[in-house]
Design a protein around this ligand. Structure first.
Ligand code: DGP
Length: 109
């Protein structure tokens, strides 16, 4: 298994999980671009946006439920936040992930 995020999901590499369910994990980005910078990652190995299928619709809705839970937990509702999904050459880890960035953003990811 040479996918970095699959190894984190399998607990073969460490990460400080802030959320885990049967289908999703979330953990802080190692190189934060904002005061709050969490990666929300489906356990299913989907490479990128272009690989999503209709059958992933429920998973996507679960991902945005997790986003909402973290927005509440980190008090971002009345602050500034955004969700970013990089693709193509802007994507460095080939396992789809959603960046939740909140508070003071240091730079664009
Ligand atoms: P992207 O460019 O969208 O593929 O973003 C990948 C992000 O993953 C990048 O912001 C840094 C983060 N990252 C890479 N390796 C690790 C790791 O081992 N642990 C954690 N927590 N984050 C990582």
């Amino acid at each position: 298994m040479d996918c970095l995020f699959c190894q984190i999901i399998a607990k073969k590499l460490p990460a400080k999980l802030v959320f885990e369910s049967d289908s999703i994990i979330a953990f802080p980005d190692i190189n934060p671009s904002a005061r709050v910078h969490i990666l929300i990652v489906p356990k299913k190995h989907i490479i990128g946006l272009q690989d999503l299928k209709k059958e992933d619709g429920e998973l996507l809705s679960e991902i945005f439920e997790v986003v909402n839970e973290l927005v509440t937990r980190y008090n971002l509702k009345d602050n500034l936040y955004r969700v970013v999904v990089n693709g193509g050459k802007a994507q460095h880890v080939s396992h789809i992930h959603f960046h939740l960035l909140g508070g003071e953003l240091k730079k664009f990811v």
